[in-house]
Ligand binder design. Structure first.
Ligand SMILES: [Fe+2]
Ligand SMILES: [Fe+2]
Length: 325
């Protein structure tokens, strides 16, 4: 036996062995939990992905929140309010999941505000009419469901468990949107026109939500090997199109893609590529609403400082009382 071996036995298993055990557990579909050993790159990938997801939930409150004061009826306002509050809850579960990986949510918020972390490109488009509320529920929450249902089986336990509850709420979001659109489509010509216009504007950005084509998605292969992700961007995009086209028919709206048609050989719908240059511009910060979204988030964060300080002071006081007892 060499000295190296003796030393290794004394300090426990080496990194190569830990890495092999980790990979075996992931391959056997066992969950990785916060205290388990994990490769540093797995941890940083998860922090990036979950934080990006949390930021998207919180920034995503803005486009629809814009309509809270202008909802056409008390019923629509109550539904929209519940939906927007759900998104806040999703953001909070997900920030809590990132904290199990040893980061601090205050730090993640700073990174978002300073543009060092991203959020979904979809929320950089404006909501121009109340039909947008319905179309966001139908298409944006619908796309989110396609993305997120497989994440309920993600290899990282806290993320997978957060996704189970989030997905249940997302399906309510999708339904309330579709129901709103069905109502508008049985209304006046102007209302039908509003739905068609909103569909035209949100269709392509919704397809972009799945990320770049597989050939240009640098992180996909590793994320799939680690079972953080279970399907590629293009697979998920195809699934979304296949689910959504019949829904559009039932609704009586046209999807704005002349190439959209059923392909019996593939057993899927064919469709055109979104404008990937537009996607790149929006991701880089040059979408229609990027600056507005971030400045609003930054202002809300500043305005909330006293609440965070008060909560921290209260927690410290309670701890001291507990210790004095
Ligand atoms: Fe959500
Ligand atoms: Fe949602």
């Amino acid at each position: 036996m060499t000295t190296d071996h003796v030393q290794e036995a004394d300090v426990g298993p080496g990194t190569a062995q830990l890495e092999a055990e980790f990979q075996n557990r992931v391959a056997a579909d066992q969950r990785i939990e916060p205290r388990d050993w994990m490769p540093e790159a797995y941890r940083t990938t998860l922090v990036r992905q979950i934080a990006q997801h949390a930021h998207s939930e919180i920034i995503g409150m803005q486009p629809e929140g814009d309509w809270l004061g202008r909802a056409p009826s008390l019923r629509r306002k109550a539904i929209l309010l519940a939906k927007v509050q759900d998104e806040a809850g999703h953001g909070l579960y997900l920030y809590a999941a990132t904290e199990t990986l040893g980061v601090d949510r205050a730090d993640l918020t700073e990174r978002l505000i300073e543009g060092r972390q991203k959020y979904s490109s979809i929320f950089n488009y404006p909501t121009l009419s109340f039909a947008d509320v319905g179309v966001i529920g139908w298409l944006v929450d619908g796309a989110a469901i396609c993305n997120q249902v497989p994440l309920c089986r993600s290899s990282y336990g806290p993320y997978a468990r957060a996704m189970v509850r989030i997905c249940k709420e997302e399906s309510f979001h999708q339904r309330q949107g579709y129901e709103l659109l069905l109502t508008m489509m049985s209304g006046t010509d102007d209302q039908r026109q509003m739905v068609q216009d909103a569909t035209n504007r949100w269709w392509w950005p919704s397809l972009m939500m799945f990320g770049p084509p597989d050939g240009e998605s640098p992180n996909t292969r590793q994320s799939m090997a680690w079972r953080i992700k279970r399907h590629t961007n293009d697979e998920l995009r195809q699934r979304f199109v296949d689910i959504t086209v019949p829904q559009a028919h039932r609704l009586g709206v046209e999807l704005p893609d002349s190439a959209l048609s059923w392909n019996p050989e593939r057993g899927h719908y064919d469709f055109s590529e979104p404008d990937w240059d537009e996607f790149t511009q929006v991701i880089k910060g040059y979408g229609p609403c990027n600056a507005e979204r971030i400045s609003r988030r930054a202002a809300a964060h500043r305005r909330g400082a006293w609440v965070r300080e008060a909560a921290a002071a209260h927690a410290a006081k309670s701890r001291r009382r507990e210790e004095d007892r």
